[in-house]
Design a protein around this ligand. Structure first.
Ligand code: SF4
Length: 201
């Protein structure tokens, strides 16, 4: 496996905050908070029976390793269902409820693009399962979602190549639930920058 391939699960992190992606991918930071712990517990439950709803004849494969050398990503699908006609459907399990952002959809779409490259079959749709509301949401891999996914991956690659930590997110509400808050210190850094500016006057 090419180690230069970016982990596709970090598409989600990058879409949330590029600085968070940097900490996790480049600096290897992973601090467990309640949100992360719930996510790990949810993913562990995926590997018990009962979370896949299968029609007759559908084969379910769990923890499927996927990659795309074209896109430069690799990762693991929680579940891939194969229908009797050979259609592949990736399913990703998430803790919490569906959010307003399309980062979950982009991560799932990256899995589909990998499956397409690996198998030569088209993968038209997938599902996101949210433990918070126990809902399975269909995601159609439209040309727009495919383009957004490719754009996010290219932005991640540019960030790594640039070699500089991205600035704090301007959407500060996201910092409140971020497990890397104590590493990143967004408020303290903002105050420090303000006082440094004041000292220059
Ligand atoms: S604390 Fe805020 S700026 Fe820092 S990594 Fe987390 S979301 Fe990004």
């Amino acid at each position: 496996m090419n180690t230069d391939l970016l982990p596709l699960s970090y598409i989600n992190q990058y879409a949330y905050c590029p600085r968070r992606f940097w900490y996790m991918h480049v600096e290897g930071e992973m601090i467990e908070n309640a949100h992360v712990a719930r996510g790990v517990a949810s993913h562990e439950r995926v590997h018990t029976e009962g979370y896949a709803t299968l029609a007759a004849g559908v084969v379910a494969r769990r923890s499927v390793q996927v990659y795309s050398h074209t896109l430069g990503v690799s990762g693991i699908c929680d579940l891939v269902e194969e229908a009797t006609d050979g259609t592949l459907t990736p399913i990703e399990y998430k803790q919490g409820k569906r959010g307003r952002w399309s980062n979950d959809q982009a991560q799932l779409c990256a899995q589909a693009l990998c499956l397409e490259e690996m198998t030569g079959r088209s993968v038209p749709r997938g599902f996101l399962f949210y433990f918070g509301d126990r809902r399975r949401e269909e995601v159609i891999f439209t040309p727009e979602l495919r383009a957004l996914t490719a754009d996010l991956i290219q932005a991640m690659q540019r960030t790594v190549a640039l070699g500089e930590i991205p600035p704090h997110t301007t959407q500060r509400a996201r910092c409140n639930g971020c497990s890397l808050y104590d590493v990143c210190l967004p408020q303290e850094m903002a105050r420090y920058c303000e006082s440094a500016k004041g000292g220059e006057r």
